[in-house]
Ligand binder design. Structure first.
Ligand SMILES: Cc1cc2nc3c(=O)[nH]c(=O)nc-3n(C[C@H](O)[C@H](O)[C@H](O)COP(=O)(O)OP(=O)(O)OC[C@H]3O[C@@H](n4cnc5c(N)ncnc54)[C@H](O)[C@@H]3O)c2cc1C
Length: 523
């Protein structure tokens, strides 16, 4: 691993801004900022080929601004992260100053009347959820799990969650942001531009929100977001969740006037019809296809692969019936309302040929914990193979997604048969995102320590991308799936020349080209 250092003068300038406690270029600490899930798919190793130049931890938006200005003065590339989950946050084509935002960790406001929260980057989805339910409100539960940052998912990177059906997509929930541009200027979006409160991120004039995040976000390539305002949804449950058990096995009590079901269907088409009707009737808090089918409830209720295997054998019949299964949570303000919703749910289930699966208390409660706050996602995604990736991932209509699943599943099954990945028929997360689209992630496991397995993930990514372009599905995830410009250069011309537009935006907002943009665009 190679190590470049910040010039002494630049290091001292940054130290003057944050104080000596909050900056370091100690190789032992920098090493930990180079080890991250997903690196192997790009570098062939979990460690990036170089460490950051240094890590700096600002304590306020003003310090962030001063750091960005210093970077412009010394021509240093920089990239911020909130909780630093994926390789987009911590790796790049060349070394950069890592700006770790963990000291910006406050919930600044929960405005009950207008259903808006204002938070800083290190506030997690779980923290905001727990604080909001005290006031009869809630925010999304990101698929990435409870520790993911609200700022990252609403303003910088992706943003789909388990109850997006009723709490929507984080990128659309963004109603305001404080944004340090790559040259150090601070901009407040929408209504905050005129100091009239955090209620819309659009206008006056054209919407800067689209430039800040688009569909998948700029992934650190367009400055630093220091606050966001997000729209909240109503919560009809108690002010405190009754969570029991010990990590990683939790139990959550089903709130009064809520009903939880796991339902199975004979085919993908019927399952999709069920989800479509549930969305149309607007009766559910959440409804989505369980990512690993029956294996999901095994993974979330066991704490090792050995125990999962034992349980799989004992429950094989249910697991196989659950290949095309969904979880559904109904919520209501009164017994009368839940009765009506339940009757409607049962009608839809009957019309689509579904059956309710009988789960034990622990299984039901582990699935509910995942649905409400994202608990168990890591066990589910990482444990079988050691790491995970996705085949097709897209936001679109139900029909298009079913077609896409069918086109790409064959390829994934072929790799699974060769022992290179862990994947079973029907595996994918598929869930309606309220008022917008349906979200698909064809999740599979791979072994990060096995080069053949890692190579398979690269081949799958290219196959899916080529298929989506050739068969005119469109393109999604253009920023964070691309480590170099070759993908943009192929995809851009068949997708409205988006790559020319993002390059022009990058040049206009970042004249010195310092906000590290490997996972956004190259100017
Ligand atoms: C098991 C698993 C499941 C997942 N499932 C989902 C899912 O269902 N839905 C989903 O949306 N995502 C999913 N993801 C991806 C996930 O969204 C990201 O890994 C996660 O949102 C990143 O959150 P973070 O808070 O750690 O952000 P970070 O890793 O800190 O940042 C993500 C990106 O945004 C940039 N960024 C972060 N904060 C700022 C800031 N304040 N200013 C400027 N740029 C910033 C970073 O540079 C980086 O490029 C999953 C990941 C895992 C590991």
């Amino acid at each position: 691993m190679s190590q470049q250092k910040l010039p002494g003068e630049a290091y001292r300038a940054l130290e003057d801004i944050v104080g000596p406690e909050y900056i370091t270029d100690d190789p032992a600490i920098l090493e930990s900022y180079s080890f991250v899930w997903g690196n192997e798919a790009i570098f062939g190793s979990r460690l990036a080929p170089f460490r950051p130049l240094a890590v700096v931890m600002p304590g306020s938006a003003e310090e962030v601004q001063a750091i960005v200005k210093a970077c412009n003065r010394f021509k240093i590339k920089f990239k911020a992260h909130s909780t630093g989950f994926g390789q987009h946050a911590l790796t790049a084509k060349e070394p950069f100053l890592a700006i770790d935002l963990r000291r910006l960790n406050r919930i600044l406001l929960i405005d009950e009347r207008n259903m808006i929260a204002v938070v800083e980057p290190y506030v997690s989805h779980a923290e905001l959820f727990y604080e909001c339910i005290k006031k009869g409100l809630r925010f999304n539960a990101l698929g990435a799990g409870p520790s993911a940052s609200v700022v990252a998912s609403s303003a910088c990177h992706d943003g789909t969650g388990f109850h997006s059906l009723s709490s929507h997509f984080d990128g659309k929930n963004l109603v305001g942001a404080e944004w340090v541009l790559p040259d150090g200027e601070i901009v407040r979006l929408g209504s905050m531009a005129t100091d009239s409160g955090w209620f819309t991120a659009d206008g006056p004039g054209l919407s800067l929100r689209a430039i800040l995040r688009g569909r998948v976000g700029a992934n650190g390539g367009l400055g630093i977001v220091t606050k966001v305002a997000v729209k909240l949804a109503p919560w009809y449950g108690p002010p405190k969740l009754n969570v029991r058990g010990e990590p990683p096995l939790y139990e959550v009590e089903i709130p009064e006037n809520f009903r939880f079901y796991m339902v199975a269907f004979p085919s993908l088409d019927l399952l999709v019809e069920f989800l479509r009707l549930i969305e149309e009737e607007q009766i559910a808090f959440a409804a989505y296809k369980v990512p690993l089918g029956g294996v999901t409830f095994i993974q979330v209720t066991t704490d090792s692969n050995d125990k999962a295997w034992e349980k799989y054998k004992a429950k094989k019949e249910t697991v196989e019936r659950a290949n095309y299964s969904a979880v559904v949570l109904l919520d209501a303000v009164s017994p009368k309302e839940i009765e009506v919703k339940e009757a409607c749910f049962k009608e839809i289930l009957k019309a689509t040929g579904g059956e309710i699966l009988t789960l034990d208390k622990q299984e039901e409660s582990a699935l509910l914990a995942q649905l409400l706050i994202g608990l168990g996602t890591f066990r589910e995604s990482f444990r079988a193979g050691g790491s995970f990736s996705v085949g097709s991932f897209y936001d679109s209509s139900y029909d298009l997604l079913v077609k896409l699943i069918k086109v790409t599943e064959e390829k994934l099954l072929k790799y699974a048969k060769e022992g290179k990945i862990v994947f079973m028929p029907g595996e994918c997360f598929l869930g309606p995102v309220g008022g917008q689209w349906c979200h698909l992630e064809q999740v599979y496991g791979y072994d990060a320590a096995d080069l053949e397995s890692v190579k398979a993930t690269q081949e799958i990514s290219f196959y899916v991308l080529a298929t989506m372009l050739e068969q005119k599905f469109g393109l999604w995830g253009e920023g964070f799936i691309s480590f170099d410009e070759s993908i943009h250069n192929v995809a851009g011309p068949v997708c409205g020349n988006y790559h020319l537009k993002t390059r022009a935006i990058k040049r206009a907002f970042d004249p010195n080209l310092l906000s590290e943009s490997t996972y956004y665009t190259s100017p």
